[in-house]
Write a protein that binds this ligand. Structure first.
Ligand code: ATP
Ligand code: MG
Length: 404
């Protein structure tokens, strides 16, 4: 027998009262985006559940994809069979004999939403339970916490059988908390920060600063690839490339070396904020982590943050590097992050950035530049690309292409 559909149970959103339908529709869209790599799969949603119809698609990879999507509490693959008592008995026997192991207990949980069906749920439990005894004579029934709980649902169009309950990723459906701009470098930390923001339902757009020819196409591709890895948690992500060369050259030209890092970051923050404003974002998300490098002190954070009053979320701020790396490995971004392509910050970074920069000094150096004009030009030069999930086979062929 082959699974025909997967029933998806919603997570935390059930507590959200009248926003419920909005949450459900968002989750449905996200599931459709993520599963778009399987063309035959169709997704529908109602108040209680979402249904993923496999239409012949192999179950296992779809289940792997579903496990990653935020807002799903649990899901159950199920078999669709004809609404006929003898077919039901036969199917129940087939399923039970294929999963039963010596000593296991079971129960049948029948539910009838088609009230015209010849047996009610109590009769169904008894009849199908008897069918199991016929097939496996020594099997024991147990009402509380049985090893196998075989659920039978009689709906209008057909009957559905399921016995597995697979835990989902939890969290909130991406997009239900509003939009945030993720400052995405090619490093280890910012993709993890993005993942954590997605987990709480923030719809992120990835803002990446590139300084060609100082930064290579490889660095840009790396940022693209990292963004693609993040699409598996909630669907498509807008990738925003910002031309940053002019600003980096200007800073290098007009400011002392000790302040290059601070000024660079202040410009990045201003530009990200302007893009946020234009695109209806509510917050900025970045990968800053406290004390990791000389530049990530509280003084430095204060000097950089001073250019905006927009909330800046720093999901990995209190995490140790090893904790961040663990998560990066778990979400499969680590191997991309450690590819050796120079980031725009590494190239212009001084050996010793100031660990306690002063806002007043930063402002004084910026007075030598046309800050507004530089920001406006960078913002008007952005390139926006929609990044979508990718099938495994495509990933392999991409890899081969990279190697050639
Ligand atoms: P990451 O591992 O994310 O690069 P990091 O530990 O290297 O972080 P920094 O290089 O100090 O830390 O950068 C701090 C944060 O600034 C990054 O996490 C990211 O959010 C943002 N940032 C740095 N460089 C870029 C860039 N080229 N484009 C977009 N955001 C950037
Ligand atoms: Mg970095």
């Amino acid at each position: 027998m082959q699974y025909s559909e997967i029933m998806v149970r919603y997570g935390e959103l059930s507590t959200k009262g009248k926003n419920r339908m909005r949450f459900i529709n968002k989750l449905k869209r996200n599931i459709q985006d993520v599963l778009s790599i399987y063309p035959s799969v169709k997704v529908t949603a109602d108040r209680d559940r979402c249904h993923v119809f496999l239409n012949g698609q192999d179950y296992a990879p779809v289940a792997e994809s579903l496990k990653q999507i935020f807002g799903i509490q649990a899901f159950s693959p199920s078999y669709k069979v004809e609404k006929d008592v003898s077919v039901l008995k036969d199917s129940v026997q087939k399923i039970m004999t294929s999963i039963y192991q010596e000593g296991m207990t079971f129960k049948i949980t029948a539910k009838r939403s088609d009230h015209n069906f010849e047996l009610d749920s109590r009769d169904l439990n008894l009849t199908l339970g008897d069918a199991v005894f016929d097939a496996i004579p020594h099997v024991k029934v147990q009402m509380k916490n049985p090893d196998i709980n075989l659920k039978v649902e009689i709906r209008d169009e057909a009957a559905y059988l399921s016995y597995e309950n697979i835990k989902g990723a939890g969290g909130l459906p991406v997009g239900t908390s509003g939009k945030g701009m993720l400052m995405l470098s090619g490093g280890i930390d910012s993709p993890v920060a993005g993942y954590l923001a997605l987990k709480r339902g923030v719809d992120i757009e990835a803002v990446h600063f590139a300084s060609p020819p100082y930064t290579s196409p490889g660095a840009l591709k790396k940022a693209h690839d990292l963004t693609r890895k993040l699409t598996k948690f909630g669907g498509n992500i807008q990738f925003i490339e910002v031309p940053f060369t002019e600003i980096q050259e200007e800073i290098k030209d007009k400011a002392p070396e000790a302040y290059l890092m601070t000024l660079t970051r202040r410009f990045m923050m201003r530009i990200t904020d302007a893009i946020r404003e234009e695109r209806g974002g509510l917050v900025i998300v970045n990968g800053e982590s406290l004390g990791q490098v000389a530049s990530q002190t509280l003084e430095s954070m204060q000097a950089i943050n001073a250019v905006t009053t927009t909330p800046v979320i720093r999901p990995v701020i209190t995490m140790d590097k090893l904790e961040i790396i663990d998560l990066a490995q778990k979400i499969d971004t680590f191997d991309i992050s450690i590819q050796p392509f120079e980031d725009c910050c590494t190239i212009f970074a001084p050996d010793r950035p100031k660990t306690n920069p002063k806002i007043k000094n930063a402002e004084q150096y910026e007075a030598r530049m046309d800050v507004e004009g530089l920001v406006a030009r960078a913002v008007s030069g952005i390139i926006v690309t929609e990044i979508t999930p990718q099938a495994e086979q495509d990933e392999v062929s991409d890899l081969i292409e990279d190697l050639l």
